[in-house]
Write a protein that binds this ligand. Structure first.
Ligand code: MLT
Length: 272
């Protein structure tokens, strides 16, 4: 892992693999860079793949400032600056996509394309906010609060068949999630409660947007993805069957090919 040399984001790290045009993969809530392992192995043959641990996840420490999607976007920008990357194809999983949208809002000139992988430009509705607050109380309740929360949450991020077809990947996911400090989980939830709707960002973005949707996704439903995929000026929509919220593990080959094709098409579009 490479350390970001930053006064704002101290002790934060990202992986850099492969050679070629730059592409960044941003993990979601209760994950770290390892959630993209199968995509990194595949894409690194054709791209320079940058995969951060967001501040508060994996090896990266929480910053002193209040967590927000804007703060995460500023972190991603510092990585690009350190790597001297002018423009990036930025793909985010779920909360990573919320951060990518915040990035697109402020630093659109640094984007070549954006990918919302089981993610959304919607803000939280009231019901979601209430549920998040309940989860925050649970995480903060005693020593086992975080464990109880994550053991219920992680299986929910998978489609109905995953428990019997890929139980070991779900277990790995849970193990990774359990390594994240309770404080980080709470700050991410607060940041997600506070994030605005970013439909206007989708509307204004000139760059192509990829939507990856799972037909069994309970966190970002197929319906909510379809509600917004027509908004960008150029978008591509891929619907994965028998897939929940985590195609990186549930359907890695299809996701790899989808990302590779989209990223290549974006580069070709640039040349024409
Ligand atoms: C994630 O996977 O990052 C979360 O499901 C995002 C969310 O809770 O909205």
């Amino acid at each position: 892992m490479i350390e970001l040399q930053s006064t704002r984001f101290q002790k934060t790290y990202y992986l850099k693999a492969g050679k070629g045009p730059a592409l960044m993969l941003v993990h979601g809530f209760a994950e770290d860079h390892r959630i993209w392992q199968k995509q990194v192995s595949f894409l690194q043959h054709n791209f320079t793949v940058i995969v951060p641990d967001l501040p508060g996840s994996g090896k990266s420490y929480l910053p002193g400032e209040t967590m927000s999607m804007d703060l995460l976007a500023a972190y991603l920008l510092e990585i690009l600056d350190q790597e001297e990357i002018q423009q990036i194809q930025l793909y985010g999983h779920s909360m990573g996509g919320y951060a990518a949208l915040a990035f697109a809002e402020k630093y659109a000139s640094r984007l070549l394309s954006m990918g919302l992988i089981h993610s959304s430009a919607y803000d939280d509705d009231e019901e979601k906010k209430i549920n998040r607050r309940k989860s925050i109380s649970l995480i903060q309740s005693g020593q086992t609060g975080k464990e109880v929360f994550l053991k219920a949450m992680v299986p929910n991020l998978y489609g109905s068949e995953a428990g019997s077809t890929i139980p070991e990947r779900m277990q790995e996911h849970l193990t990774m999630a359990l390594e994240i400090p309770s404080e980080s989980l709470v700050t991410y939830y607060q940041a997600m409660i506070n994030r605005p709707n970013r439909f206007n960002v989708l509307e204004q973005l000139q760059q192509p947007v990829l939507f990856v949707l799972g037909d069994e996704d309970k966190a970002v439903t197929l319906a909510s993805g379809l509600d917004q995929c027509y908004i960008p000026q150029q978008s591509k929509v891929e619907i994965f069957r028998n897939t929940g919220h985590t195609s990186m593990n549930e359907n890695p080959q299809l996701l790899n090919e989808t990302l590779l094709k989209f990223a290549y098409d974006v580069l070709e579009l640039q040349l024409t």
